[in-house]
Write a protein that binds this ligand. Structure first.
Ligand code: AMP
Ligand code: MG
Length: 400
């Protein structure tokens, strides 16, 4: 049996190729991975401009103290450029975002002036106040988003602000998913006695899509050796990653490992963790294969720990693991030494700062524990039971 960390690094050393780039429209690029450094083609903002609605003045006309009276010669809305230049004693009414007229270097907010016809009285103000300088956000030629970044809404906005309608991203890794088990029934179909509805294919599909992968749904395969073999071979033709759930334990109908040995190879199949100990990792032809456990919590957990980093590496993403941090445990937690345990947690900001409790019963089949949780609680191999007030590691499900 190997540790979680060793399993992760073995998997990541196997993933060496990156999916090819493709050019797609910016509005379709949320969650995709940038394929090359994105450089600014021009300065942002492209010219000095006003940060407020007010009056553009030359600093030479600003009184050191008291007031000065100046003449308003024009109105400048955002989107217009003043053709002339300011002469001494003149000001221009300027709107937020309008380029600074030649001769002006400071803007006085309109709330600070008194206006009478084309005359205004201005107070003293610092030279350069309320002016946004050309290039202060982004300088022409600078890398604004590095290759391997996942594109969030703010990156899409920045890309658009540089005038790009399209962006070069990595193709989505293709992930084939199938469920195994005679007892697993398709939602919407009648359920025979002894059957349960498939949940894993749906949770895993969501996880793959949330991680930026493209899904091929291969349905449910019964516990029949030849059927499983045919379906897995078919999956490996088209997908970079093949995922199954169920059938990797030590039961007599647990066929995944046998089939994998025939048509590919097993790299490892047991990890010192709870839940999720039975997990078969290997290859089928050119595809990476992950035989995830059948228990619904265990299959999602092993996806997050082992499959998602591989998927992200295939997609050329730089960050392969979410952030983890320590918080105070507010309830006792049972823990066996020698393995890494993962509990579903509720992280909140309380009287003692960030604190975490479990969601209640932690059986690996209790899918509602995942629904109630907003984080994983991670208790390292060497630790035993956790007492209230001790700190534990957490990994939030959502982060930025
Ligand atoms: P197995 O490893 O195949 O023995 O499965 C372990 C447990 O997970 C059993 O209780 C299965 O019924 C359950 N299970 C297997 N596959 C699924 C699935 N696709 N959806 C929900 N539960 C499943
Ligand atoms: Mg099974």
């Amino acid at each position: 049996m190997i540790s979680v960390a060793d399993g992760q690094s073995r998997i990541l050393t196997q993933v060496t190729t990156v999916t090819p780039p493709e050019l797609i429209p910016v509005p379709k690029a949320l969650g995709r991975i940038l394929a090359e450094d994105l450089r600014a083609p021009f300065d942002v903002p492209p010219s000095d401009n006003s940060a407020v609605d007010g009056y553009a003045v030359a600093s030479a006309d600003i009184p050191a103290e008291g007031n000065a009276t100046l003449q308003v010669i024009a109105d400048l809305p955002a989107g217009s450029v003043f053709e002339g230049a300011l002469a001494p004693g003149q000001v221009i009414r300027i709107m937020t975002g309008a380029p600074m007229p030649v001769g002006a270097d400071t803007v006085i907010p309109q709330e600070l002036v008194e206006r009478d016809g084309d005359r205004i009285r201005i107070p003293s103000i610092a030279k350069g106040a309320n002016v946004r300088l050309r290039g202060e956000d982004v300088a022409a030629g600078a890398t604004v988003i590095a290759a391997g970044s996942a594109l969030r809404p703010q990156e899409l906005g920045l890309i658009a602000s540089l005038g790009f309608p399209q962006v070069l991203v990595r193709q989505r890794p293709r992930v084939a998913i199938l469920s195994t088990g005679d007892e697993v029934a398709e939602p919407g179909r009648p359920r025979k006695p002894g059957q349960i509805y498939d949940s894993n294919r749906f949770s895993l599909r969501g996880q793959v899509e949330a991680a930026g992968g493209g899904v091929t749904d291969l349905g449910i395969v019964p516990d029949l050796h030849d059927a499983l073999k045919t379906r897995l071979l078919e999956a490996s033709q088209t997908a970079e990653i093949v995922l199954t759930s169920g059938g990797v334990s030590v039961g007599i109908y647990d066929l995944v490992k046998d089939v994998l040995q025939e048509i590919g190879g097993i790299d490892f199949w047991q990890v010192a963790m709870q839940p999720g100990r039975p997990l078969a990792v290997g290859r089928i032809g050119p595809s990476h294969f992950f035989g995830l456990p059948g228990n619904p919590v265990a299959s999602v957990l092993t996806f997050l720990l082992f499959v998602r980093p591989a998927l992200w590496k295939l997609a050329g993403r730089r960050e392969l693991f979410p952030p983890q941090f320590t918080v105070v445990a507010v309830e006792p937690m049972r823990k066996k030494t020698g393995r890494r345990e993962f509990k579903r947690g509720i992280l909140r900001f309380g009287a003692r700062g960030w604190e975490v409790s479990t969601t209640g019963p932690q059986g690996s089949g209790i899918l509602t524990s995942m629904v109630m949780a907003n984080c994983l609680i991670i208790i390292e191999e060497e630790r035993g039971d956790v007492k209230p007030g001790e700190t534990v590691l957490v990994e939030p499900f959502e982060w930025f």
